[in-house]
Design a protein around this ligand. Structure first.
Ligand SMILES: [Mn+2]
Length: 463
């Protein structure tokens, strides 16, 4: 946890921004898996963490913009809890750590919510149910009643990372880097993908925190969020690994590397890997305050198409291909997203409010609709840059049958790539006054460096 004044200052600023009414921030509770006392990995709500910093389950905070009063609601543990879980600080002791000096039992919440109440859209049914009870509104009205003023105020604060936050994020990214190097050194042919996932999780937990999201690791890297880990790795396969750590305070890292199961990429893999790497570097070079991230995404698309034209998978003019959307045969998702207390920062508040604004709406067309961040970059934003090439056989079949973008896509050659898989390279950056800075220590990324790590781990000399 940061020092109390960080949280006091954040709440003061939030009160000023929202202006009037009561701000209600719900913490999370334990959540059962298959019977009541067998719980999922517990995670506190990120906005609650941002304004109160307390990771304990079962707490609720209110901030009264008019009277200035701040209260944390929660129930003290009984001896029955203590027998099983050990003693815990009192609610008042927890509250004092973030500079709140009034606490009340949970039963007092409903009567404390008089007049205008600002709350965030709940992403857990339990919190939706609580809001419904406390506010006397039907369940199906709760999401619609979320406060746009509160969402906008929180986005306008959490988007700009302070020095102490950057230190935490960098800690998370450094553990993330270790997870990637660990995976890259550990993988061998004949292994189950799950064995590498286990190695990654071990490094994340040894770092003191946990994963910032379930590990994406597969030889079928074309499946964007692949959580199936049952394949046996063969020579000639590539492994796409997208994983990140979060610190005990909840700050996230998020990186992707793609590497060969053998000690070298095949010729085809090398060619497409280099295109993704060139695209990654072109996007990074464009990062600067004031540029629309949507334009960086489109620039990445153009770089990607130019590379694909060179290997013969695409044809025509790159600019026209991207305007037409032909590049989404290979790059179906967005270039990146905000990162902070959530790996997709503040996504629960709504992508339109986080990645876009009143003058830029999120697109609904294939490809761009998956771009989570489109608006102008600003100093102190933390973002990911993660271009990729994904060869999706079902998409090839569908578009080919429609003759879609046939002026830009060489379907005859593409047919021979159907078992190729996918490549993604992802790193995390903070936007600075004049450009950007890579967060965390560098991890092998060029073809040579990746092959070097693989060759060393397989006990081979590398020329
Ligand atoms: Mn990411």
């Amino acid at each position: 946890m940061f020092a109390p004044h960080t949280y006091i200052e954040r709440r003061k600023k939030l009160k000023e921004k929202v202006g009037t009414g009561i701000i209600l921030l719900l913490g999370n509770e334990e959540s059962s898996i298959n019977f009541k006392d067998n719980w999922y990995h517990y995670r506190q709500d990120s906005s609650f963490l941002y304004y109160f910093g307390i990771t304990h389950p079962g707490l609720t905070g209110i901030i009264n913009c008019d009277s200035g009063e701040e209260i944390i609601f929660g129930d003290e543990l009984t001896i029955d809890h203590i027998v099983w879980s050990g003693s815990q600080p009192t609610i008042a002791q927890l509250a004092s750590k973030c500079g709140v000096n009034k606490t009340l039992p949970t039963s007092k919440i409903a009567s404390s919510l008089k007049g205008l109440v600002h709350y965030l859209p709940p992403y857990r049914t339990k919190n939706q149910w609580k809001l419904s009870e406390w506010l006397g509104s039907p369940m199906n009205f709760i999401s619609k009643g979320a406060s746009i003023e509160l969402i906008k105020a929180i986005v306008s604060m959490r988007s700009y990372k302070t020095a102490e936050e950057l230190t935490e994020i960098e800690k998370a990214v450094n553990i993330t880097a270790d997870m990637h190097l660990g995976a890259m050194r550990y993988a061998k042919k004949g292994m189950l993908e799950a064995e590498i996932v286990g190695k990654i999780q071990q490094i994340a937990i040894s770092g003191g925190g946990n994963l910032s999201f379930p590990v994406i690791l597969s030889k079928d890297g074309q499946i964007l969020h692949n959580h199936y880990h049952g394949n046996v790795l063969q020579e000639g396969d590539m492994i796409l690994c997208d994983t990140g750590a979060e610190t005990t305070m909840g700050y996230a890292g998020d990186m992707t590397r793609t590497f060969p199961v053998g000690h070298e990429f095949t010729q085809r893999q090398k060619e497409l890997y280099q295109i993704v790497l060139d695209t990654h570097e072109a996007a990074i070079a464009a990062l600067t305050p004031g540029i629309q991230y949507k334009d960086v995404h489109l620039l990445a698309g153009k770089t990607l198409v130019n590379g694909l034209i060179e290997v013969g998978l695409m044809k025509g003019n790159a600019e026209e291909a991207v305007s037409a959307g032909a590049h989404t045969m290979f790059f179906q998702c967005g270039l990146g997203h905000m990162m902070g207390l959530d790996v997709h920062d503040m996504e629960d508040l709504g992508e339109q409010y986080v990645g876009y604004n009143d003058s830029l709406n999120k697109s609904t067309i294939f490809g761009l609709k998956s771009l989570r961040l489109g608006k102008k970059l600003e100093k102190d934003f933390v973002i990911t840059v993660e271009p990729g090439i994904y060869i999706i056989p079902e998409l090839i079949d569908m578009w080919k049958a429609e003759n879609k973008h046939a002026e830009f896509i060489n379907y005859d050659l593409l047919e021979t790539y159907k078992d190729f898989g996918g490549i993604r390279i992802e790193e995390d950056f903070v936007i600075t006054e004049s450009g950007s800075r890579l967060l965390g220590k560098p991890v092998a990324k060029t073809i040579n460096d990746v092959e070097q790590v693989r060759a060393e781990s397989l006990g081979l000399m590398h020329e």
